[in-house]
Ligand binder design. Structure first.
Ligand SMILES: Cc1cc2nc3c(=O)[nH]c(=O)nc-3n(C[C@H](O)[C@H](O)[C@H](O)COP(=O)(O)OP(=O)(O)OC[C@H]3O[C@@H](n4cnc5c(N)ncnc54)[C@H](O)[C@@H]3O)c2cc1C
Length: 375
């Protein structure tokens, strides 16, 4: 077993919190830093899929997540009026891997924070300089302090500062669509599971989360643009006018522009994930278009696998080599399949809907099947 005396994890998101929990449980000494000065989680809600729940189960975090969210059993794809195109029975498909959970991001963060209560977490701080030699990495922090580490993990998300410092600039790439996300404290009538409604070059998704709340997300195939906060809600309602009743109920329940989070959807094409004693995990290494809802799942699996590799290899470098070779094929699959689903949004509605009606379930199985096996 490698015994890095000190590991620095930069970023307290899904990847960083999960890794900190996993390494701490194995007796590694971990410092966690997070750029935000308070714990906050942007982006409304998300699905934590069974493969992610399996890795969280191994770290005893699954119950904390499940208790704060809700188990979903079906994933339905509909046209914009709500006519069913195809439906996947999630329990049948995942066959005992774990539950499929809808959850608010803030609740997910609370759940993951239960794993790091005994760890030193420094908030409001980031890495400003990084220099490695043969036996360690020297770090300068934004508060003027410094440290020396055996291993540095960049878990600092899609615009990772560690990626830039250690590997050079590699900005995220646009995936060709824009997403609006929010959570309302109600459940549209008859919505009990995950449901996507496809329109012309756009779709709206509804996902129950815990406490009777609902996460809604509208995506439109469009290049980058800025959507001012002022007037955002009215524009969102106009964009999805004519969509099925549950979407209208969701949009009617939103009260103000500030409730709607808008972002360009991007992904990261990064060839190198580790150099010496610096390694990237989660979105820092491989942010993906969210069309499979697997970015968080890949981040959790990364943390689990990296910990296993550190436990079983003789040197840090060997562990990092193993981590990269175990993770890359699976993550690349998710990135590529997610991009191809992104392109489906832009297809003419008639042919896309016809394909979903006749082959939707088969396409879903093909896309997710590789994730049933343990990582
Ligand atoms: C529209 C959309 C919908 C999605 N839906 C889903 C879904 O349903 N299911 C799913 O599994 N995934 C989903 N994802 C993907 C998922 O959100 C990400 O893959 C996941 O959050 C990655 O976790 P992470 O910890 O790597 O990065 P992040 O969650 O981005 O966390 C990074 C952390 O690092 C901190 N940080 C940033 N820079 C620094 C720095 N320089 N120093 C220190 N700290 C820093 C940030 O403040 C943050 O706390 C979606 C993504 C999008 C865009």
């Amino acid at each position: 077993m490698v015994e890095p005396d000190r590991t620095l994890i930069a970023g307290g998101g899904i990847a960083g919190l999960t890794l900190a929990t996993a390494l701490h449980a194995q007796g590694f000494q971990v410092d966690l830093i997070e750029r935000n000065s308070i714990w906050q989680a942007l982006g409304a809600g998300m699905a934590i899929q069974p493969n992610a729940m399996r890795a969280l189960r191994a770290l005893h975090l699954d119950c904390a997540v499940a208790d704060r969210g809700i188990a979903l059993h079906q994933w339905a794809f509909c046209d914009r009026q709500g006519e069913l195109l195809c439906e996947i029975d999630l329990q049948d498909f995942w066959n005992g891997v774990g539950p499929f959970i809808g959850i608010e991001r803030a609740k997910l963060q609370q759940a993951l924070l239960t794993g790091v209560t005994a760890l030193p977490c420094r908030l409001g701080i980031s890495v400003t300089a990084l220099l490695q030699d043969h036996d360690g990495v020297s770090i300068c922090f934004s508060d003027g302090s410094s440290g020396r580490y055996d291993l540095v993990v960049g878990a600092d998300g899609i615009s990772s500062g560690i990626r830039e410092l250690a590997f050079g600039a590699n900005p995220p790439v646009g995936a060709g669509h824009i997403a609006w996300r929010s959570v309302v404290p109600m459940r549209p009538t008859k919505l009990s599971d995950l449901r996507f409604f496809f329109g012309d070059r756009c779709f709206f998704g509804l996902c129950p989360v815990g406490g009777g709340h609902t996460y809604g997300f509208g995506h439109v195939a469009e290049p980058r643009f800025h959507d001012d906060v002022r007037g955002r809600l009215a524009r969102l309602r106009r964009r999805f006018d004519g969509f099925a009743e549950p979407v209208q109920e969701f949009l009617a329940a939103l009260e103000c522009d500030e409730q709607v989070h808008c972002s360009t959807v991007e992904w990261v094409n990064q060839e190198e994930w580790h150099r010496g004693r610096v390694v990237l995990i989660g979105d820092a290494a491989h942010a993906s278009s969210p069309m499979m809802g697997q970015g968080g799942g890949m981040a959790v699996e990364d943390a689990y696998v990296l910990t296993e590799c550190l436990r079983s290899a003789e040197t840090v470098e060997l562990a990092l080599d193993r981590y990269v070779s175990r993770r890359k094929p699976r993550v690349r699959w998710v990135q590529q399949e997610s991009l191809s689903v992104s392109q489906i949004i832009g297809l003419p509605p008639e042919s896309r809907n016809a394909a979903l009606r006749t082959r939707g379930e088969e396409m879903f199985r093909h896309r997710f099947q590789p994730l049933i096996a343990a990582p």
